[in-house]
Design a binder for this molecule. Structure first.
Ligand code: URA
Length: 258
């Protein structure tokens, strides 16, 4: 009995906190996703940088996501397209595809990083501990969650809540960009560094980005002010930073009132 508890706590320490199915599955070997340098295979003296099959597959997946997205004229179309998309391996370890949720005519669109365990189980964004704190942050400035549209840069949970890779973000970004085009919100609220970097296309730190509005220009030329702030999961770990997040929410409220 004690041994079983030890094994379970070892799993949890290793980030294995979710059972995805009855049969064990290796998402990497099952899909033969081995990184093999292809440009240098037959040309040892090549001066071109090595391109891996994985990188090529990733570029192909990004292009395919972009092409698919351009065809989506409604959120329902886009949701169905994301659900049937197989170009991101995260889909195969997740239980649900967590598409954006909320008011399709929202003035405020809230963007987080990726679904966690609760979101993966329930199939909706921000319904776990971070979501409860987000609800309180919105309530504090008299914004109703049901008036917002809430989504993530990734629609699938990374195993063990690990940080998404650049490749995963790049493949899923067209789906997020199309959601923004279809919702046409007045303001974007970007929660955490990953969401802000992905949407704004930079590598700046969240501490630098938060607290002021940055223009986000959509593919069709709409200019939407984006406010970056701390992610609720970070605030749960670092409550001393809540006062800065509070100031950001007040900025959001003032901008909405303009
Ligand atoms: N964290 C996120 O970034 N998104 C969610 O949906 C839940 C937790």
């Amino acid at each position: 009995m004690e041994n079983r508890e030890n094994i379970l706590s070892w799993y949890i320490l290793s980030g294995v906190d979710e059972i995805c199915g009855d049969e064990p599955m290796n998402v990497l070997t099952d899909q033969n996703k081995q990184a093999v340098p292809v440009n240098t295979v037959n040309n040892q003296n090549s001066e071109r940088p090595a391109t891996t099959l994985l990188a090529q597959e990733n570029t192909a997946a990004c292009n395919s996501a972009r092409e698919i997205c351009d065809k989506a004229q409604t959120l329902e179309d886009l949701k169905a397209m994301v659900e049937s998309f197989e170009g991101c391996s995260l889909k195969f370890s997740a239980n649900s595809t967590v598409f954006g949720h909320g008011n399709p005519q929202a003035e405020v669109m809230i963007i987080g990083e990726a679904p966690g365990a609760d979101e993966d189980r329930i199939g909706e964004p921000f319904v776990g501990r971070s979501g409860h704190l987000l609800d309180k942050m919105l309530q504090a400035v008299a914004i109703r969650r049901e008036d917002c549209f809430i989504t993530n840069i990734l629609p699938w949970r990374p195993p063990g809540n690990r940080t998404p890779t650049e490749g995963e973000v790049a493949v899923c970004l067209p789906f997020l960009q199309r959601q923004i085009e279809l919702i046409k919100p007045r303001i974007l609220l970007l929660l955490g560094g990953s969401a802000a970097n992905a949407v704004l296309g930079n590598a700046d730190s969240i501490s630098n980005m938060r607290g002021h509005f940055i223009d986000y220009i959509t593919a069709s030329g709409m200019n939407i002010p984006a406010l970056a702030s701390f992610h609720p999961a970070f605030l749960l770990r670092s409550p001393a930073q809540k006062s800065k997040a509070w100031a950001d929410m007040m900025r959001l409220q003032r901008k909405l009132a303009e």
